[in-house]
Design a protein around this ligand. Structure first.
Ligand code: URA
Length: 246
């Protein structure tokens, strides 16, 4: 039997077993290539404030920014580096620089924009590309309506920002888009993930040879009939930016 594709850094959140905070309704066979549920009291605190329906938009934006920086610290654990030697005022020292080509950060419009500053804080030299995806209500397929990305992503580590990994359809499409352009690795950074979305991501990226990682603050219980994550935090885009146009 082939080994499972997914590794999981938080067994409690991947099995439906005892977990702090939201637990999974049923067993989640850790299906995504590599799942990291960041277990840290500051992450849990900020996430709880984001979940709170009384948290106003300006506070929600600030908390998202802070939480993404904490997630980014985990997400960049395997960022490509090269050894360098520098001279301190005292003596030569062996150290590390980020390798070329620099990573590419890709916020998914629109809610992913609320995560960009938090990610760029840790990776200020990363390039930023943009992807806008919309779902066809008849076919339910996600299609790209806006793209500002380099054509050639050969050798690039890509960090995709989308606050809610809900059905997984948008993210699966985004990952294929990056893979077709030669991306070397994709790491999805999301505030919350649903088990259904993780399973779909695995299914729809099964044929891709690139390493895929998901870093999140929590895997929640389930999706409801409207495609919202339960307990979740509501519509991330609306909570970040208000409901104009929706
Ligand atoms: N998108 C959101 O903004 N919230 C959800 O719960 C699911 C998808």
């Amino acid at each position: 039997m082939p080994p499972p594709r997914l590794g999981c850094s938080d067994a409690s959140n991947c099995t439906g077993g005892p977990a702090r905070g939201p637990v999974l309704a049923g067993p989640l066979r850790c299906l995504v290539v590599e799942l990291h549920v960041v277990d840290h009291p500051l992450v849990a605190h900020k996430l709880t404030m984001l979940r709170d329906a009384t948290t106003p938009s300006p506070t929600f934006r600030a908390l998202t920014d802070e939480l993404v920086t904490l997630l980014a610290y985990e997400a960049t654990r395997a960022v490509h580096c090269v050894p360098v030697r520098v001279d301190t005022p005292v003596a030569p020292a062996d150290g590390t620089h980020l390798a070329e080509p620099t990573p590419l950060v890709v916020p998914i419009l629109r809610a992913g924009l609320g995560m960009l500053e938090g990610m760029s804080r840790l990776l200020p030299t990363a390039e930023v590309g943009f992807l806008g995806l919309v779902r066809d209500e008849e076919t339910l397929a996600a299609t790209t309506y806006a793209s500002r990305l380099p054509d050639d992503l050969s050798g690039r580590q890509c960090y995709v920002l989308d606050p809610m990994l809900a059905t997984g359809g948008t993210l699966a499409t985004a990952i294929h888009y990056l893979a077709e352009r030669g991306a070397a690795e994709v790491t999805v950074v999301c505030l919350l993930a649903a088990p259904e979305g993780l399973a779909r991501l695995e299914e729809e990226t099964d044929g891709l040879s690139l390493p895929l990682t998901v870093v999140t603050a929590s895997v929640d219980q389930r999706l409801n009939e409207h495609g919202y994550i339960v307990p979740g935090l509501g519509d991330a885009g609306d909570r970040l930016y208000g409901s104009a146009g929706s």
